[in-house]
Write a protein that binds this ligand. Structure first.
Ligand SMILES: Cc1cc2nc3c(=O)[nH]c(=O)nc-3n(C[C@H](O)[C@H](O)[C@H](O)COP(=O)(O)OP(=O)(O)OC[C@H]3O[C@@H](n4cnc5c(N)ncnc54)[C@H](O)[C@@H]3O)c2cc1C
Length: 450
């Protein structure tokens, strides 16, 4: 069996793996990347990018629904779902091939197969054994399997992005990002949507009041949301699926065309033979130090969705990939800092956040100044007939710095980047208030949000 040797071997060709290639190749290291599916990984092929195409259609439907406010009469819109899926597929077509070109330009060797550890510095890929001074686990995540009878009847976001027929009704098990984002598009297109969440509220990691706003908007467009319920099983009935769940000590059942697993994602590390690599783990969680390096095998780093306990988001995966690459090149010096990374839930309208929630800021003992604004009656919100416009900004009263911002509507997915920039570069609330924004724009309302 042939043994090849590299300075750096990256397992996984998604955002995280690509991030690692930048500093390592810049430093002239010999780098190989192993990928067993599509180069680019989840985000461009079956995540953020194709999903946003569907979300854009949801936006268009929302605008059409509000058109009467502007004096525009339109007949009831009809979304041809198969055409939308065709558009989505056309927009992402060719991405893996383009990214193969990027890696070739960067001088990275690409190996198309599945990888697993055979030693602390060796990995088996197909019939090759590859030795590397540094091995990076960037293998991403997959939908969390649900341990309930009938789990195999559920579909995942992968199928949702490919099915050319829109279901008449869909039930999401789990009230996280997948359920809300796809639920909003479906509901706006005419699908009857139900969300079942085991916890007392949706999106538990996000600010409770902002989540309450998006829950209210979801219900206003016809989505049925049940929280604090336990899904017991999924059964096949006459051409439909019956989801049986427990709420308030009683069994209930809902029949739908589709049941979607929206119960979050788990790290893709359980098939890597981590024990053979001397990589300490407890099933799906690899133990890493502050530099994203395995605590038991210093040759191994972890980044992206494969890393547990950090939000599974595409810019975070890229960022961690760069940090790992820098640590390989410079030695363990670089620590990730997640404090100013913005994120959005692409409902229509979107919910976007950066930094601490109000509860976290209080727990951490900050002397907070919290500004809460329901902006539906502000001029800019009324101009665009916004159905929901909410902002909560948390400022440290001692330093005047932004601790967190949470918005629904009002261009939240764009404006959040301004708050993130201010937070990252320590721009005070007073300096933002004094800044001159183009007027009238949603951004010019930031002054009043503070
Ligand atoms: C439907 C959906 C929508 C999303 N929307 C957003 C969004 O709007 N914004 C956002 O920021 N994030 C979004 N995300 C999350 C985002 O896609 C991920 O956080 C990001 O893609 C993670 O990148 P990664 O490199 O860690 O993993 P991945 O992109 O998953 O890459 C890992 C790669 O490793 C490969 N691999 C796995 N095991 C092996 C092995 N043993 N050998 C060889 N190769 C292997 C996989 O095939 C995969 O290509 C979304 C995710 C989903 C599922």
């Amino acid at each position: 069996m042939a043994t090849d040797s590299y300075d750096v071997l990256i397992l996984g060709g998604g955002n995280a793996g690509f991030g690692v290639t930048v500093p390592t190749r810049k430093a002239g290291l010999k780098v190989a990347l192993v990928e067993d599916r599509d180069l680019g990984g989840t985000c461009p092929n079956r995540g953020c990018t194709p999903k946003k195409v569907l979300v854009a259609a949801g936006h268009a439907l929302h605008e059409i629904r509000q058109a009467h406010v502007h004096g525009i009469s339109v007949s009831k819109p009809c979304l041809d779902w198969s055409k939308l899926i065709d558009r989505e597929k056309a927009l992402i077509k060719g991405i893996p091939e383009r990214l193969a070109g990027t890696l070739a330009d960067r001088g990275v060797d690409v190996i198309r197969d599945s990888a697993r550890f055979v030693g602390s510095n060796t990995v088996k890929v197909g019939d090759r054994v590859i030795e590397a001074e540094h091995i990076v686990i960037a293998t991403g995540s997959r939908p969390r399997p649900l341990p309930i009878p009938g789990a195999e009847l559920m579909i995942t976001s992968d199928q949702l992005l490919s099915e050319r027929q829109r279901p008449g009704s869909a039930l999401f098990v789990g009230g996280g990002v997948i359920a809300l984002e796809f639920g909003h598009v479906y509901a706006r297109a005419g699908t009857k949507v139900t969300i079942l969440e085991v916890l007392p509220r949706l999106l538990p990691a996000l600010d409770a009041d902002a989540v309450a706003e998006i829950k209210a908007e979801s219900e206003a467009i016809g989505i049925a949301v049940h929280t604090a319920v336990k899904v017991l099983r999924v059964e096949r009935t006459d051409g439909m699926l019956r989801t049986v769940f427990e709420a308030n000590g009683k069994e209930h059942a809902i029949e739908t065309d589709r049941v979607v697993n929206g119960a979050g994602r788990i790290a893709n590390v359980d098939r890597l033979y981590l024990d053979k690599g001397g990589v300490k783990h407890d099933g799906f969680r690899i133990t890493v130090d502050d530099f994203l390096r395995s605590t038991s095998n210093p040759a191994v780093f972890v980044c992206g969705d494969a890393l547990t306990g950090v939000p599974q988001l595409s810019p975070i995966a890229t960022y961690e990939g760069h940090i790992v690459g820098d640590n390989i090149v410079d030695g363990p010096k670089h620590r990730p800092d997640y404090a100013s990374l913005p994120s959005a839930v692409y409902t229509v309208p979107a919910l976007a956040s950066v930094g601490l929630t109000e509860a976290q800021a209080k727990e951490q003992g900050f002397n907070t100044k919290v500004s809460v604004n329901h902006m539906e009656d502000w001029f800019s919100a009324r101009t665009y007939a916004e159905t929901r416009a909410y902002a909560k900004v948390i400022v440290d009263a001692n330093s005047d710095l932004i601790l967190g911002a949470h918005m629904v509507g009002h261009g939240a997915e764009e404006l959040i980047n301004i708050f993130a920039l201010a937070k990252a570069h320590r721009i005070t609330a007073t300096a933002i208030r004094d800044f001159i924004f183009a007027y009238p724009s949603f951004a010019s309302d930031i002054k009043h949000m503070l």
